[in-house]
Design a binder for this molecule. Sequence first.
Ligand SMILES: *Cc1c(COP(=O)(O)O)cnc(C)c1O
Length: 447
Amino acid sequence: MLLERQSLALLEKALRELEAGFELPMLSHDYPYEEMEKVLLTVAQRMRDNYPYFHPLYAGQMLKPPHPLARAAYMLAMWINPNNHALDGGRASSAMEKEVVRDLAAMFGWGAHLGHLTGGGTMANLEALWVSGQLQPGKFVVASEFAHYTHQRISGVLQLPFRKVAGNARGEMDLVALELLLEEGKVGTVVVTLGATGTGAIDPLADVLQLQKRYGFRIHVDAAYGGYFGLADNLTPEARRHFDHISQADSIVIDPHKHGLQPYGCGCVLFKDPAVSKFYLHDSPYTYYSSSDIHLGEISLECSRPGAAAVGLWATHQLLPPVKGGVFAADMSACRNAALALYERLKADSRFITFLEPQLDIVIWALPGQSTSEMSAAANRYFHEAEDRHLYLSLFKYPAKYLANWGIDVPVDSEYLTCLRSCLMKPEHGDWLEMIWGKMLGGVTTT
Ligand SMILES: *Cc1c(COP(=O)(O)O)cnc(C)c1O
């Protein structure tokens, strides 16, 4: 069987349990089930036109299947369809949201905090930068050239001036370049990425904190993808050093829908200082807050939000708490181990070119060629040939100017070198490595 189904029986049981809690006159449901079946089967056929994200041979983009429990809990919540804007729209799911947000804050070492779930990392980053802008109007937001592309766009939306900080060959923010910008005295916020989306690189948070003492600015940590790796027990000492400083950030973003086993629509923004809630004040006559308990809509830019996202994450936290030493933490370590194992094989094989050692669970490699454009063309071909063998990879563009740093002296005739990229985000990727490796070798000529 390819698609898990046993959780459907659990869902059926849970629906009965939910139903038993309402003492109301019965309803008859006369929907056109025959027509619905036809439509639904057509949907199933249409959905075949996807990569098999649920399968370990999908080892390309940052896509991780939701846990069956998260999926079932989310679906269960759909029969109520709570809206976590206000307690009137979702009392139970709002309480669950506060609990999961507290769990995530605790994972980063925070007790007191302000935070909530969001539609995703972009929305969460937008809120963090919006608060930064409220505190320091007109000051610059700066982020590394390898930071998520949305920071620049978000700054545009917020009408905050933005500057890119140069990176280094490892894909991290360059501290010398950052300090040069700081010396100009106009920087209000430094975005520090712990786990860059392209390569998994870790910006030097601990050192940025030192600069903060001298220059004074807010630190926003974008850990949308990398945040859960703080739980892993196999980071490099350098990565560990930066993750261990995360509690000193002013705001943090993490995406439970990236590594946290959730369906899409689940990001999270956290602020260290609960007092920033003052920026969210509004007195709309349409929002009918019915009690003095905190309604999540009072501390969130978005109005309606899926309570189901909180329910899915809450269920997941009961089974797999995001704490060190637990099963979930071991799964994060396993993802990194799988990436390291693949990297070692690539490194030992002259048919592949490696230079970036995986910091988290993303592996990057290139193929040989007479120039960067030829190497890029080879990577593009390989990507499609791998797909024909049912191995699903992704591509990454690495700035060709940094190749010399690695002693790769090939004629540079393109701005970027297209590399192959594999996100080994599934805990079972380690067990599938032999199969993945076999399929990888299928595409290179043996010499
Ligand atoms: C994915 C990602 C984002 C954007 O988050 P979405 O959930 O896709 O909106 C931002 N920053 C980083 C580092 C990411 O990996």
